[in-house]
Design a protein around this ligand. Structure first.
Ligand code: GLU
Length: 543
């Protein structure tokens, strides 16, 4: 076969050589050990937990080593592309503290970073492969491919386009020329030199040593529109862009033998591969992969909608990513997670188990350590996007909102009431008259409740500090013939009708409208005299 003639026949418009491109993408000048990683999403508008898991890994590997982390948009499948997917994705990643050094708005010296505008580059490398006898055109129709598959099934042969099934592998130039005249659209296939009889050892940076079977399939490199498949674009782009570490989902492991062949075929050294384990969950005691269809929590948008603090999600992801992160966090409660020495060796090689209860706990901790101002800002930002009328209330008097969020905050043991911003309304909505919908489920008979409410309205003083306030409640308990202290009541429950706790429960229900609330004295203080009295009266009149 005259490879030169075939290459010119297939790619007459390509005048450059791979060498020309390589000259435009010089080797990166980076310090020893610096890693170059990339996040390479298809702009489908869907970002899942696994993507975020990978992105954090990429980001940490690059930035921790003084390297480069870049964005590459893998938009070779126009059918799957969703409008505005990229800016939304960038905004989401930025919220999780993930920033790129190159690739955003095509900034950077190793672009363009959008695969759809790199056709000439891929075709240049493809032409060279044809010249080297390592690729060939295939004109098989869908029907012909289906017929091959059927024959393979009948013969119990392994399916695929390979060896004797690869109809166009050894077609001569004239046959190709005639086919091209009839139909100029062809796919370009790789001429595999592999055999499934041969195995080799491969070291993955996460999975360790694995045994790999060679690839013998003549996979497609360029589709009939001249646009590459993921595989070919991966080899060409990661070569030119100088990627040192490819972090990707383990589902790509099956095509790794082909990728290694491709790097060899284009004469470049493959990057180090880090195949990440899939995120799993327990479902009725069985471990299974998180699924887009079944598990809303697989989608990153779920965490945005529910208002999970991004710091909490990140913190949880770090515990999933590195088995020693939690231990480090205990020893370093105030350090930024970026100070942790992230390591590929500490990553799970099999599935990592996602546990939403643990995420919630972590979020509670994270929120409890935030300042009232931070909580106010984050809740407001969440509400502006997902609950605008609540946002209006929160923003009406910022100082008031901050005061509410400051209850129980600070000190050695801050309260852990709140995990996610969407819970804020249920937690503190009663501070706003507009949201005050009391549930008067009294724990005492109405007559007692009425006596307590009436008398307390006389005793209440806005000036009281917390201990004076409690003294008043204790005095009221005595007056009512209740035990002044829970302790006493516990000692001899029969001797008393009720205890001081019953008094405060009545007051709590009246003032906050429910049985659970933040510190009641603080609530009354923030609500102020007028509103407190008004609520006590409202409750009394409801009886
Ligand atoms: N575009 C591929 C994906 O979204 C990227 C995989 C890779 O990082 O190489 O799965």
């Amino acid at each position: 076969m005259d490879h030169q003639a075939l290459a010119e026949l297939l790619f007459p418009h390509i005048t450059k050589t791979p060498r020309d491109w390589l000259a435009q993408y010089p080797k990166r000048q980076l310090p020893e050990g610096a890693k170059v990683t990339r996040f390479a999403p298809s702009p489908t508008g869907f970002l899942h937990l696994g993507n975020l898991y990978g992105a954090v890994t990429d980001e940490r590997l690059a930035h921790q080593s003084g390297g480069v982390f870049y964005l590459r948009i893998e938009d070779t499948d126009a059918k799957r592309e969703v409008e505005n997917a990229v800016p939304i994705l960038l905004k989401t990643l930025a919220a999780y503290g993930i920033h790129f050094d190159e690739g955003v708005n095509d900034q950077g010296a190793y672009g363009p970073y959008r695969q759809s505008v790199r056709a000439e580059i891929y075709q240049t490398f493809a032409k060279q492969l044809v010249l080297d006898g390592k690729a060939y055109p295939c004109f098989c129709t869908e029907e012909e491919l289906a017929a091959i598959r059927e024959e393979q099934i009948a013969e119990k042969a392994t399916p695929g386009y390979y060896g004797r099934w690869a109809k166009w592998r050894d077609a001569d130039l004239d046959t190709v020329r005639r086919a091209l005249e009839k139909n100029p659209a062809f796919v370009l296939r790789f001429r595999s030199d592999g055999s499934t009889d041969r195995h080799f050892k491969f070291t993955d940076q996460i999975k360790g040593d694995i045994d790999i079977t060679e690839n013998d399939i003549d996979h497609v490199l360029l589709k009939s529109d001249g646009i590459p498949t993921y595989h070919f674009a991966h080899a060409v782009d990661d070569t030119l862009m100088g990627t040192t570490h490819v972090v990707r989902d383990e589902s790509w492991l099956s095509t790794l033998p082909f990728h290694l062949q491709l790097f060899r075929a284009i004469g470049s050294k493959p990057p180090k591969y880090c195949h990440t384990a899939q995120v799993m969950k327990l479902d009725n005691g069985n471990k299974r992969k998180l699924s887009k269809r079944k598990d809303p929590e697989f989608s990153v948008s779920f965490y945005q909608e529910k208002g999970y603090p991004t710091e909490g999600v990140l913190e949880y992801l770090m515990t999933l990513l590195n088995s020693n992160f939690e231990e480090w966090r205990l020893a370093n409660p105030d350090k930024a997670y970026t100070e942790f020495a992230f390591s590929l060796k500490k990553m799970s090689a099999s599935g990592c188990l996602f546990d939403i209860d643990k995420l919630n706990d972590i979020c509670k901790n994270v929120v409890s350590r935030m300042t009232a101002q931070q909580v106010t800002q984050a809740t407001l930002a969440w509400a502006e996007a997902y609950d605008p009328s609540f946002a209006q209330l929160l923003a009406k008097d910022n100082a008031y909102t901050e005061e509410i969020f400051s209850i129980g905050r600070g000190g050695a043991k801050p309260r852990k009431d709140l995990a996610i911003w969407s819970e804020a309304k249920a937690y503190m909505g009663f501070f706003f008259d507009e949201l005050f919908t009391p549930d008067y489920s009294w724990s005492l008979p109405a007559i007692e409740v009425e006596r307590i409410l009436t008398r307390y309205q006389e005793l209440y003083s806005e000036q009281d500090d917390q201990s004076q306030w409690f003294e008043v409640i204790k005095a009221l308990a005595l007056e009512m013939g209740y035990a002044p202290e829970t302790k006493l009541y516990k000692k001899d429950p029969d001797a008393y009708k009720g205890h001081v706790g019953d008094i405060s429960m009545v007051l709590r229900i009246a003032v906050t409208g429910r049985q659970n609330s933040p510190d009641l004295w603080a609530c009354m203080k923030i609500l102020g005299r007028e509103r407190t009295l008004q609520r006590l009266a409202q409750a009394a009149s409801s009886l």
